[in-house]
Design a protein around this ligand. Structure first.
Ligand code: GLN
Length: 489
């Protein structure tokens, strides 16, 4: 591989090439920094570039490699979604509220990837407080989809997805509360995994809806996601919801055969609202799984149709509580010349938050208020339990579920901003896995009208290894994930 095409190397390829000293981390890091400087003006996928730190970290990595002490991701550059706290670096979460916030510490995900030797290139653009499906709610402006810059990259991890798709970074972190890793992965033609709730620490990850939020890897391939997840996952005593169970070697597990795998297609994901082009691509991807030896059958998730309404009670309720901390007093945005404390609160929050965040706070506060709690919040929690039971029942007869990640390919910028419900429906197939706490992955399955389509796989609790393995086998048989958007080759 020559210097000019280093961006086409996979994470796995970079790990190997660095270890064999075919190139240095400094050269790789410079190559990506140079691509970001040249190409990101078209996408707006990155809000902060930490070039100097990156080069320092890269030189340190080269030193460790030279001394024969490489760690698992030694010298591999990556990008963090700007929801992860990064010590000494602005962590704005797509919001004016945190535009001036420099974190005094690193999130666990950030420190673990750093401890594995990864190099941080910078911070990725995102929807404000991760609320959105198109990256249009960011204070820093919309991100553009590298496959068609008039279209959205999906959201909320749209910056991470667009940057990986355009090969401005080999990999990125993302977070997924209702689809924010999988939906942008699908719309940008990359691979992304939302782990089981509790698999990855949420410490230092700015909270949106705490019972749903989960961090995960975004990269070109499942193999590359496995490399990242191995470093990110594991118990953290600072997150009381992180699970204390061993982290399997996701990379070693990639080679498990698909032969005999039982794949269920939930009928509810193939009904009304599914774009015909997306349906066709998904069918041919399922045919590939069959050729690899999978047994495919139809299953049903009877309550899954209630996912979107249940989510839009639970998530805003938790968000309204989590976002109460932004009061203009301790950190973040403060209004000018407050008259008194009340004025300080009201104006700081009115000026610091954007429209979608305010909408969520209003919905959530309403749903939690006395008299409505039972009618909305408790009801939504009951539905959530029914949805999880649907999945558990399905997993008695199949090993994984498969279907379209998003019912449509990338839509046009501005197309859904005036109608919040049409935006919320972008996540109609992804939200259920968050409500049920289950791991789920999206991988490139083909194209329709020149736009990428994602296939979603959902697995049992802590079955990330199997999802990555199935995706890896699929990717050995196909090359959709290797396609690079025109203009970014
Ligand atoms: N699009 C969904 C929302 O706006 C999910 C976002 C997410 O997963 N963070 O809430």
């Amino acid at each position: 591989m020559t210097g000019e095409s280093l961006h086409l190397e996979s994470v796995a390829g970079l790990v190997r090439g660095l270890a064999e000293r075919r190139f240095s981390s400094e050269a790789v890091t410079r190559h990506f920094l140079d691509r970001i400087a040249r190409l990101d003006a078209r996408l707006n996928s990155i809000v902060t570039v930490t070039a100097e730190t990156a080069l320092d970290q890269a030189r340190e990595a080269d030193g460790r490699i030279a001394r024969g002490q490489p760690r698992p991701l030694e010298g591999v550059p990556l990008l963090h979604k700007d929801i992860f706290c990064t010590q000494g670096v602005r962590t704005a979460c797509g919001s004016r509220m945190l535009d001036n916030f420099v974190s005094p510490y690193d999130a666990t995900v950030v420190s673990r990837l750093r401890a594995a030797g990864a190099v941080m290139l910078g911070k990725a653009n995102m929807d404000e407080f991760a609320m959105g499906s198109s990256n249009e709610t960011s204070f820093y402006g919309p991100v553009r989809n590298p496959w068609d810059t008039e279209r959205v990259p999906g959201g909320s991890s749209g910056g991470s997805a667009a940057a990986v798709a355009a090969r401005l970074t080999p990999a990125a972190t993302g977070t997924d509360t209702g689809g924010s890793i999988r939906q942008p992965a699908a719309l940008c033609g990359i691979t992304g995994l939302k782990p089981t709730y509790g698999r990855v620490s949420r410490w230092g990850m700015i909270a949106f809806a705490s019972s749903l939020d989960q961090a995960g890897p975004m990269a070109v391939s499942a193999e590359d996601c496995a490399h990242l997840l191995r470093a990110m996952a594991g118990f953290d005593e600072r997150d009381s919801t992180s699970m204390n169970r061993p982290v399997p070697d996701y990379v070693a597990a990639l080679e498990a055969p698909v032969d005999g795998l039982r794949v269920g297609l939930p009928r509810e994901w193939f009904g009304e609202g599914l774009d015909a082009g997306v349906a066709e691509v998904v069918e041919s991807a399922v045919a590939v799984l069959r050729e690899l030896g999978a047994e495919v059958r139809e299953v049903s998730l009877p309550h899954v149709g209630l996912s979107v309404p249940a989510y839009y009670v639970v998530a805003p309720a938790e968000a309204s509580s989590n976002l109460a901390r932004y009061d203009g007093v301790r950190f973040g945005y403060r209004c000018k010349d407050p008259r008194d404390l009340h004025d300080l609160y009201v104006r700081s929050r009115s000026e610091g938050f954007g429209a979608e965040v305010k909408r969520r706070i209003l919905i959530g506060t309403y749903a939690l208020s006395a008299g409505y709690y039972d009618a909305y919040y408790r009801k939504a929690q009951q539905i959530r339990r029914l949805i999880r039971e649907d999945f558990l029942r399905a997993f008695e007869t199949v090993d994984v579920l498969a279907g379209p990640t998003s019912p449509t390919p990338a839509f046009r910028i501005g197309e859904r901003t005036r109608d919040p419900v049409s935006m919320y429906l972008s996540d109609v197939n992804t939200i259920a896995a968050n409500l049920a706490g289950l791991p789920a992955l999206s991988m490139p399955a083909g194209f329709t009208a020149g736009l990428p389509v994602g296939l979603q796989l959902v697995g049992r609790d802590f079955d990330e290894g199997r999802l990555l393995g199935v995706a890896h086998r699929f990717q050995q048989a196909t090359d959709w994930h290797r396609r690079v958007p025109p203009g970014f080759e």
